[in-house]
Design a protein around this ligand. Structure first.
Ligand SMILES: [Zn+2]
Length: 353
C-alpha cells in the first residue's frame, strides 16, 4: 500500500534487528500489563474455613476475615482492586434473593471489613450485583408466574426448552436498587451489575443517588454473553440454576452487532465503566467496544478460561505463567483497561511484585 510503508523491504529491511536482546525488546514493547490493571475476584462465605474450588486450582471460598486479610496482603504487593461475590447457604436463599441486601450477607460484611481495616485509601472495592447467588432457583432475578403450558403441535422442534418461568425484568430492577444501596452502605466503591436486566444501570444509579451515594460508581457488565465458560464459577459461587438457562437475558454469541445496543443503553443510563465478558474468546468484541466508547473498559477473564489454563498446565502441556501472561497481554492489546482475573496473584509473581 503506497504511503503505508514503514521501513524498507528485504534485504535492506530486517525486522529481526529489533528483536535482538531483551533490553531492546522490553524497550519496544508497547502493550503493558501492570498490577494496577488487575481486579481479583473473591468468593466470600458465611463459613469458618476456606473451601477450595476443585475446578479452579488456587481459588477458595473464603470466610470474611480471611478475605479481608488477603486483601491487605495483596494490597501490600501492589494488587489494589477486588471484586466480591457472595456464597449463600441454602437456608438463606429465597425466591427474590433478598439476602443480597442484608447487611450480614458475606459480600456486605467483606466490604465493611475492608473499610473497617482502614484499607479504603489503599484499595478499590467492587461488588458484584446480581441475584443468582442468592435465589433458591439460581436465576438472576425474581420470576414471573409461569405461562400456561400450550400443547405442543410442532413435533419437528428439537431445541425447545421446557416451559419454565421467566425472570421478571422490572420487578428485579427494584431489588437491584435495594442491593446496590446495601453494598454502597457497606463501603463498596463500585457496584457491578451483572444480571443483564434491561434498564438496570439507570435503576441502580437512581437508587444510589436517592440514598445519598452519588459518588459510588457503576461498572456495568454491558456486553455479557451466555457462555459455557462460566461453568467453574457456578461451583465457586454455588449459583447453579435449578432449571433452564440464562439465554433469556444473557447475549447470544452468534450475534456480531448486538453489543452496540447494550453498550449504548448502558452509557445512556450512566454507566461509568463497561465490561465485556468473557474476555479471551471475545477479543474481537473487546477491540470493537474499545473503539466505540471513551469510558474505561474492563474484560472478565472468566472461570472457564482460567480453568483451561490451569488444567493444561497441571498435565504439563503448557507453561502456566507464560500462557497466562500471553492471554492477559492479548486482552490488554485488544483494548481492555482493566482485567478481572483469578490469575492476578500469579501475575504479581511474574511481575516481580
Ligand atoms: Zn446473575
Amino acid at each position: 500500500m503506497a504511503g503505508m510503508q514503514d521501513g524498507a523491504a528485504f534485504p535492506f529491511g530486517r525486522p529481526r534487528r529489533l528483536r535482538r536482546g531483551p533490553v531492546l525488546r522490553d524497550a519496544l514493547a508497547d502493550v503493558t500489563l501492570r498490577a494496577a490493571d488487575l481486579i481479583l475476584p473473591l468468593f466470600v462465605t458465611d463459613g469458618d474455613t476456606p473451601r477450595p474450588v476443585a475446578s479452579m486450582p488456587g481459588v477458595s471460598q473464603l470466610p470474611v476475615p480471611q478475605a479481608a486479610a488477603l486483601v491487605a496482603e495483596l494490597a501490600g504487593r501492589g494488587l489494589r482492586q477486588f471484586i466480591f461475590f457472595g456464597v449463600t447457604p441454602d437456608d438463606k436463599k429465597d425466591a427474590a434473593g433478598s439476602y443480597a441486601w442484608a447487611p450480614q450477607a458475606p459480600v456486605n460484611r467483606a466490604l465493611a471489613a475492608v473499610r473497617d481495616a482502614g484499607l479504603s485509601a489503599d484499595v478499590v472495592t467492587y461488588a458484584d450485583l446480581c441475584f443468582c447467588e442468592y435465589t433458591d432457583h439460581g436465576h438472576c432475578g425474581v420470576l414471573r408466574a409461569p405461562a400456561p403450558v400450550q400443547p405442543r403441535v410442532e413435533r419437528s422442534e428439537t431445541r425447545a426448552s421446557p416451559p419454565f418461568p421467566e425472570v421478571d425484568n422490572d420487578r428485579t430492577l427494584e431489588n437491584l436498587g435495594r442491593a446496590a444501596v446495601a453494598q454502597a452502605r457497606a463501603g463498596a466503591d463500585v457496584v457491578a451489575p451483572s444480571g443483564m436486566m434491561d434498564g438496570q444501570v439507570g435503576a441502580i444509579r437512581a437508587a444510589l443517588d436517592a440514598a445519598g451515594f452519588p459518588h459510588v460508581a457503576i461498572l456495568a457488565y454491558s456486553v455479557k454473553y451466555a457462555s459455557a465458560l462460566y461453568g467453574p464459577f457456578r461451583e465457586a459461587g454455588a449459583g447453579g440454576m435449578k432449571f433452564g438457562d440464562r439465554r433469556g437475558y444473557q447475549m447470544d454469541y452468534r450475534r456480531r452487532r448486538e453489543w452496540r445496543t447494550e453498550l449504548a443503553a448502558d452509557l445512556a443510563q450512566g454507566a461509568d465503566m463497561v465490561m465485556v465478558k468473557p474476555a479471551a474468546t471475545y477479543l474481537d468484541i473487546v477491540y470493537q467496544v474499545r473503539q466505540a466508547c471513551a469510558v474505561p473498559l474492563a474484560a472478565y477473564h472468566v472461570s472457564g478460561e482460567y480453568a483451561m489454563l490451569q488444567a493444561a498446565a497441571q498435565r504439563g502441556w503448557i507453561d502456566l505463567q507464560q500462557a497466562t501472561l500471553e492471554t492477559l497481554y492479548a486482552i490488554k492489546r485488544a483494548g481492555a483497561d482493566l482485567i478481572i482475573t483469578y490469575s492476578a496473584p500469579q501475575v504479581l509473581d511474574a511481575l516481580g511484585a
